[in-house]
Structures are given as structure tokens and as C-alpha cells.
Design a protein around this ligand. Sequence first.
Ligand code: G6P
Length: 623
Amino acid sequence: MCGIVGAISSQNVVPVLIQGLLRLEYRGYDSCGVAVHVQGGLQRARGTSRVAELQAQIEASGFAGATGIAHTRWATHGVPSVDNAHPHFSHGPGEHAGEGPGRIALVHNGIIENYDILRTELQERGYVFRSQTDTEVVAHLIDSLYDGDLLRAVQAALPSLKGAYALAVFCKDEPQRLVGARAGSPLVLGVGPECSSLYLASDALALTGVTDQIVYLEEGDSCDLQTGQYAVYDKTMRPVASRSRPVLTVHPPGSSTDLGPYRHYMQKEIFEQPRAIADTLQGVERIDANLFDGKEEAADAMLRSVDSVLILACGTSYYSGCVARYWLEAIAKIPTQVEVASEFRYRECVPNERTLVVVISQSGETADTLAALRRTRDLGMRRSLTICNVATSAMVRESRLAYITRAGVEIGVASTKAFTTQLAALFLLTLVLARQRNRLDDAQCAEHLRAARHLSAAMQAVLALEPQIMAWAQDFASKEHALFLGRGLHYPIALEGALKLKEISYIHAEAYPAGELKHGPLALVTSAMPVVTVAPNDALLEKLKSNMHEVRARGGVLYVLADADTHIDSEEGLHLIRMPEHYGALSPLLHVLPLQLLAYHTACLRGTDVDKPRNLAKSVTVE
Ligand code: G6P
């Protein structure tokens, strides 16, 4: 989703801004732009194609500057167009539309909810709007409050803004100054050697190779960057002591962002899963609550004190929570609810202060999940745990316990290795809660842990089935609809398989618990509707077989993932892939792999942009 980079230095900052945008590209965007301070004014370049083309445009025009901001935009208010792309410039009453670049340059992540009212007020005062965005009002508003001190103008504007924002702003009249502010959207400050250069970014990743010295701004903070010094202010606009916004050394994420021999990041990430699981479980010698780092109190005491679990997440992370519910109730015998974060945050619920709130997120910055976590806190549910792939993310910082998955940076918009590593962490949580409640003895825990450690090898064996999946993908590539069926623990895997297929191949795909087939989706089954069935050898297999007969009897074509010793055979209308081994409770981590590969190869055959599917973003930092 939208990305921000800003820099102030004694040198030309354009290469740093472009590098930063390239690092944020994977999050998804539909336009991009850069603005710098040049002798006597502001200059910008914007475009609706890729950052590489923007870079070529800039190199051709040769603009350079020592203060600048840059942005990748993911359209919310206003179509993707050059006029709507950031940076936006203010156009005050003295400047006529079409003339001059104005005084304030600004980039924004988030959504200004009251932009309509502000726009009308500013228009009445003579401001000229050139875009349909909510962002442009902020540039004009700051301009209207500017009296020679940019920080003061930004801070004066903030109370009028409703919604979420991360801002980076500079002004024509103060070339050596960059101002930032955040509320509801992440923003970090990067510090170069002796403050000789200073940076702003929506994610520290954008500054990889530039600086590893990062200050995480907190809710409501604003900051003032001037060559050689910076200052941070809290939501009351008072200066904040450096010890409460310390400079942290942030190491770039573990795995490299090079594609290596792979065609797409998604493919690379699918094949990295055995390594990612091994890394995530590395150092787990025994089942112990201390696996879940506690900040304020021992994790053991907190986890012992809970009587239920509430899991909140979005997208693929939500489906990992759905799998975990089966484990938590079946193994740890602890009542568990799972809810989509965007729904939870707005509904009236009955809070239980002894509930363990678990938020799951690859990025740790998803707006709805973060808001849901905050809402639980406001409701008095203070026992919180984040399972996350980014140790420095807002969710990790704002919850009391955390488990950091070690998937490494995930670039493909469609999540793969983050999902399976989340499952590994959730399985450990299940074992910890089960052991504390004497639902498992030490020997049983050790047996589960042994199975978890063997997962990497088991995953390798499943990934070796790729040629068979590619043959399935040939059939799927010409279809417009697909149905996914699963039961029990594998119903969420069917949901995840359908999500993967729709995200990247644009084939309409739906998942159902197979028992629901007769209650609706069977009406859709024809020979044109492939039906993927996740059929491990578990207690529900015989029931699932009956559902498969129902499909065959209507001429539907089945694509079945079965275990090695299952009595299902290929026949006309039934395509079978046998999984190498049955894997008990951890079977979802294996069954999801062929479904990821099916989506991937189908998308390749359809020629879609696999890593950056249309309209989607990697990190959804707005509602
Ligand atoms: C977006 C991504 C998905 C991801 C979801 C939740 O929709 O495209 O891949 O599952 O956000 O993201 P999170 O970072 O919270 O796991």
C-alpha cells in the first residue's frame, strides 16, 4: 500500500528517495512521485507506471535536491492518475491554477475522513484544488497556517485532521527542513552519521543500506528534521526526551530480496517455506511459556491466567487463526473465537478480561488488526499476544507478549511463507496452553515438537509434487470459477486455497465446508466448475468421500489432494494427487502447499502480475 520516503542531507537525495521507493514497491501501488527543493522553489516528477520509469523520467530531466520526499500511492480517494499522485503542492489564494508549483510539498499515507469539509472551507478561502485526493487538503491547510515556521504550521493543522495519517512535508521557504507527523499510520525517522543526513519512511525497510539507526515515532508524534539535528514532539506537541524515542539499530530482514533462480517472489517464497519453518522453530528446545517474550510480566503467569482465546486478524492471517481454533479447542481444550479484525473493531462484544487476545499479522501494521488490538485494550482485555513477522512493528510494540516468526521478508502480495510460519507459532501456543492445563504430558509435548521439527523435510517432499500441480494448472487456466472443499482442520486450508487463486489468477473461487455443499454451492457444479477437495486421511474422510460423490453425480470434475494410504483412485472426472505422508494435527501446513502452487502456476499461465496483483496491496495500512 502507500509508501513514504523523505530525506534531508547536504547531498542530492534523489537516489535515496528512488531506492526507498523501489524497496517499498512490493507493497502494491498504482502511481508514484518524487519532489525536491530546487533553487527558488519546488520540483516534482510523478507517474502512473513503475518506479523504474519514474527514475528514468527523473534522470532524463536531471533534477536534484538536498531535501525531498517521495511516495508510492495506492488509490483510495480519486483514480490512479498523475494529478492524484503524490507529492501534492499547495496552491494558495495568490497562485492561479496551472501556474507555479506553490509553497508546501507533501506526501501522505492514510485517509483524511473529513477532507470534504476541509476542502470546501479552503476553496472558500481561494485555494485551488488540482486533484480528487483527500491528501491535497492537508497541503493547503498547512499552507494556510504557515507563517514562516513549517513545524508550527504542521502542528497547527494536525488537530483539524480526522482519520489516519503519516505525513512528510517540506516548504519552499525553508529548504533545509523536513517535517513529519503520524497518527494511525506508521512513520519512522532514520538518522545518518552525526545527523548529517536524516530520513523519514513509512517502513524502516525503505532505508536499508542508507541507515540502520531508526527512531519509531509513536501515535500523535510529529518531528522536525534539519541538517545536523532533529526533534520529536508528542501528541500534546511537547518535545520528547530522546530516551523515550530511542534510536534503535534495526537490522535488515533475514532473507535477501534477490529473486535468485526464481521467476517471481511468490514462487521463491513458496519454496522457502521449509527453511522459514526451520528458522521459526529454531531454538525451541521444549514447550515453555517463555517462547512468547513478555515485556511487563512473565509470559507463564499471563498464559496461565487466561480462560479463553480471541484471535483477530485479516486476510491470510485470519485463516491461520481459523486453523488454530481447531488446535486450541481440540488439544488445549480452551474456548477459542476467531474474528475478522475489521468486523470486531466496530461491533459491540462482551469483553472478558481473562481472554487472551491473539493478533496475527505478517506486517504488524494492518490498520484493522491494529485498531482491533487497541479496541480490546480499551475494553479492558489486557492479556495480548502478537504473532508477527516484523519484530519492530506497531502490533508487537503494543501487545504484551509476542512471537516473531522468522519467515524473512515476504514480497509477494499473496502471502505464503508468512502463513505457514504463523501456523507453526500458533501450534507452539497450543502446546504451551495445553501443557499448562495438563492436557498434554511432557512425552506428548515432545512428540508434537518432534513432528514440528520434521515439518521442513515433509514440506520438501510435498513441494516435489510441483509437476503434478502444474498439470492441474493447465486445466484451471481456462476456467472462470472454482470451488474448494475441506472439512474440519482443513476447511480453513480450502479457504486459503480459494483466496490464493482469486488473488493472483483472478479466477472467482469460493471455499465451503464440504458438508454445506448441498445447502447451496451444489447448484453451481457443472463440468465447467473444477472442485478442489482437500481430503487428508482423518476422521472426516468418509464424510468427505460422500460429498465427492455428490459432485461427480452432477458431472463436476474433482481435483483431490489425498494422503498416501487413502482409498481414493484417479478415474474419469477425478484427478488425484497423493500427499507423501499423513501428518496428523500439522497436516494443514502441508496441504496448503499444493494449493499455493496451483494458484501460482495458474496465474503464470494466465499471464497476470503474480507478485503485484491488480488492486491489492501487501500491507493494508488504511481501513
Ligand atoms: C493484505 C495482504 C494479504 C494479507 C493481509 C493481512 O490483504 O495482501 O496477503 O494476508 O493483508 O496482512 P497482515 O500483514 O496483517 O498479515
